[in-house]
Design a protein around this ligand. Sequence first.
Ligand SMILES: [Cu+2]
Length: 280
Amino acid sequence: MRLSGMRRSLGRTVALVAVALLGLLSIGVASAQSGQFGGITKEAHDMHRLYVFVLVIAIIVFVIVEGLILFAVIRFRKKSDEMPPQFHGSTLVEMLWTSIPVVIVISLFTYSFIVLRQVDHPPAPNNLTVNVEGFQFQWAFTYTMNELGVHNNPNAKGTFTVTGTAAKEPTLVIPVGEPVEFKLTSHDVIHAFYIREFLYKLDVVPGRDNHFTVTPTQTGTFIGQCAELCGLNHALMRFHVQVVTRADFDKWVAAQAATAGLTGASSTAPAATASPAAPQ
Ligand SMILES: [Cu+2]
């Protein structure tokens, strides 16, 4: 009677644990498919896939190890004062518990190494580059005209800067689908350049040239923030990131350059490629 009661409660516990684990697994799979958790850059997607890969392995290992522990505790619990049969050694089991972890560690290392190389890849020669300067307490984004990408006038000269103030958070505008390199500098204290949807954060250190490259995969407006306590008004170091199409980016660049009084600023966004039948 007592034994059957225990069995029932054990069955309920196992069912509960199974449901909880299934829930965890579905959260992992759902977040892998969701753009929000998976970031908005090619590099973020790579990192997120690695994260889900590690998470799934961890869940499988957890279930097996905890399952075996529970099984041993319940199946071999003390039933009488009689000494159970004593034995030790099993070549098969020892080979399994050595080879499986080795395979797991090698695959984690290999996959991490591949993703790290993809994320930390050196910038392509004709990248769009944005110089990001962190200062107490805002950001300045400087664009160099002749680096603004293939569609802009390569002879355009000069730079323009979008500088944030305490009253007005700056907007960093970048085109979708193209690698953008960020060069980070600071002249006062250490800041950290952080955009959640990039799944990436890099310190902005005086006297050090930190840089990274991302390729945004979707348009939209996102929030950025300094992620290093850099003084009393650290919390004011927020900014916006706007990922736009190349045509919109070229328009924005032309407007910024015109405001800054730069020459050669004309946007040469691929003007509706001449279709022969198009009426003129
Ligand atoms: Cu800060």
